[in-house]
Structure formats: C-alpha cells, structure tokens
Design a binder for this molecule. Structure first.
Ligand SMILES: Nc1ncnc2c1ncn2[C@@H]1O[C@H](COP(=O)(O)OP(=O)(O)OP(=O)(O)O)[C@@H](O)[C@H]1O
Ligand SMILES: [Mg+2]
Length: 330
C-alpha cells in the first residue's frame, strides 16, 4: 500500500540522513542531513495523517460544507421571505393609496354635486320667496320670476339626469345595446335638433362624409348622447358666425369621427382635464356660458364602454377638434 511504501521510504531517508550525519564530519553535510530528516518527517507525518485521520477529516469537511450550504440556503430563504414581505407591504400600500384616492374622489364628487345643485335651488328659493312676499301680485315681475324659477328647475333636472347617466355607466348597470345604425342619419337628426341654437350664434353646421360606409356598430342612443354633448359644446364655446364641422373618415374596418369647431378653443394646461367630471376650463367664461362640466365626462364614459377613447386637439382662440373611432357595421 502507499502507506507501507511511505513508511519504508522515510525509514530509508532517515537511515541515509543518519549515515551522512555520523560518517561525514562536515558543516555542510550536517545541514544537508537535517534537511533529509526534515523531509522524511514530513513524508511520514503526511502519510500517518492520511492513513489515520483522513476519514475523520473528510467527515469534518463534509459537515462544514453541509453546514455552509445549509446556511446559504437559509440566507436565501430569508432573503426570499424578506422580499415577499416587502412585496406584500408594497401591494398593501398601493391598495391603501387607491382607497384613499377613491375616497377623496368620492368626497370631492359629493362636494361638487351639492355645490352644483345649490345654485339653482337658491335661485328658485329667491324667486319663490319674492313671489310669496307680494311679488305674486306684481304684474311686472310675477311671470318673469316664475319663468326663471322654471329654468332653474330645468337646470336641476339636467344635472340629475347627467349624474344618473354617469352612475349607470360606471356601475355597468345598463347593458349596451350594440347593433348597426346609420351614423349619417343620426348626425343629420342632431343637426336639425341644434338648428335653433346654432342659428342664434350664427353658426353653420356641416357634415362631410369621406367614409365609404354610413353604418357603424354601437349603442345608437349612447352615441347620440356623445354627439349631443360634443355638438352642444361646439356651439356653446363657438364664436359668432363660426362653423361646426363633423367629418367621417374611412379606416377600413372602422370610421374616424371628428367634431371640429373654430370657437374659443382650450388652453393646453386644461386640455388633459376637460374629461374630468365637473371640470370647466376658463372658470369665468364658463360661468357665463352655463353648464356643469359633466358633458365630456359622459362622452368619455360612453366611448370607454364601447372600448374606444376620445381625443382632443385645440388651440386657444382658434378652435377645437374632438375625435373618436367607431367600428363599421359588417
Ligand atoms: N368645443 C369646445 N371649445 C372650447 N372649450 C370646450 C369645448 N368643449 C369643452 N370645452 C371646455 O371643457 C369644459 C368641459 O366641458 P363639458 O362638456 O364636460 O362641460 P360643460 O360644457 O362646461 O358643462 P355640461 O356639458 O355639463 O353642461 C368646458 O367647461 C369648456 O371649458
Ligand atoms: Mg358640455
């Protein structure tokens, strides 16, 4: 065995070293023989260790290795758990933020609604009180005040209807009635309905159909509401003697619809906010013109439930163009 060979070899080296040590009487040889002693001892120790302790050392090493890999794995596990905990905390925080946002939004919404309703209610109260306190018999004001009160009632009805529509769209309560309908017909009908309002502002209504089909897919009533709100805005925020142009463009499978006016336009800072509920650009001017700020929020909602989006480009004092897409009827 290698062990026996090693023992034999070291004995030989020892013997050789002894011989040199005793026989040769020279300083240099003493050093040389010591080196040989040293070498023999090393060889011997190495093989003794290897023979008698090798297995144990191996076991110790193995255990050290096992321990090390176990602790590595543990560290990895701890890291994983830590990461999971972090992720969980992040998710919860995000959830909480969403709740907070929703809650703020809800509060703001209720605040806005009551604010919007207060104005016509106080108006009505004012007119009615004046009538009660004797105005009823004053021929000069009684009819006028009753008419004004009636107008405020109309305004309240409008607001409540808008709110109802929004909440119905949000809760998806009312399912859409998607089917083919004639887009050009619908627009022409609406033009007729807006004729009076438009002529008051001396605004021309124009339709230009470049699509090779008049039939679109969608909920006709809802799309009618979209056009109603967009056309109403284009006249409300239009300029005397201006023009509202509805254009249909062909997009193979669908139709691109643009409602463009050359009215007062919207400044770019407001542009990404006009679709928010109750948002009204140019507060002073908007108050004069009248409205709630729900029209475009409704438009956005209706198109969203059609899986479409509304977009706008506008230049202050030049005009605005609202556009959206509807699928063609097959
Ligand atoms: N065609 C347009 N030209 C210029 N400004 C517009 C136009 N359409 C909308 N806006 C601006 O966007 C705001 C939001 O429009 P939206 O239709 O939502 O509300 P509104 O017209 O003020 O009120 P409502 O439609 O509820 O009666 C308006 O107040 C107005 O400032
Ligand atoms: Mg509007």
């Amino acid at each position: 065995t290698p062990f026996k060979i090693a023992v034999f070899l070291s004995i030989v080296i020892f013997a050789f070293a002894l011989v040199i040590f005793y026989i040769v009487d020279d300083d240099l040889n003493i050093i040389f023989s010591f080196i040989l002693f040293f070498l023999a001892t090393i060889v011997l120790i190495y093989y003794i260790v290897k023979r008698f302790f090798h297995e144990r050392i191996k076991v110790i090493y193995k255990n050290i290795y096992k321990f090390q890999s176990a602790s590595n794995a543990l560290e990895l596990d701890i890291n994983k758990v830590e990461k999971q905990a972090e992720d969980w905390a992040d998710a919860k925080e995000e959830e909480l933020n969403t709740y907070k946002r929703d809650e703020n939004f809800r509060r703001e919404f209720i605040g806005n609604v009551s604010h919007e309703l207060k104005t016509p209610i106080f108006n009505i109260q004012g007119y009615v009180q004046t009538l009660i306190e004797g105005g009823l018999y004053d021929e000069k004001i009684n009819m006028k005040y009753l008419e004004r009160a009636n107008k405020s009632v109309d305004r309240m009805i409008n607001i409540v209807e808008d709110l109802e529509l929004i909440s119905a769209l949000e809760t998806q309560e009312n399912l859409l009635d998607i089917r083919p309908f004639n887009l050009v017909e619908l627009i022409k009908e609406l033009f007729e309905a807006f004729e009076m309002k438009a002529s008051q502002m001396n605004i021309k209504l124009e339709l230009n159909n470049e699509a090779n089909s008049e039939m679109a897919m969608g909920d006709r009533n809802k799309i009618q509401q979209v056009f109603l709100n967009l056309l109403s805005n284009s006249i409300k925020y239009g300029k005397q003697g201006g023009k509202t142009k509805v254009q249909l463009f062909d997009m193979e499978e669908s139709i691109l619809i643009e409602v463009a006016d050359n009215g007062i336009g919207i400044e770019s800072a407001s542009l990404n906010r006009i679709f928010e509920r109750f948002y009204r650009a140019d507060k002073n001017r908007s108050r004069e013109i009248g409205g709630t700020g729900l029209g475009l929020a409704i438009v956005k909602h209706i198109l969203e439930v059609h899986n479409q989006t509304i977009s706008v480009r506008s230049t202050k004092d030049v005009g605005s163009t609202f556009s959206f897409i509807l699928e063609k009827a097959k």
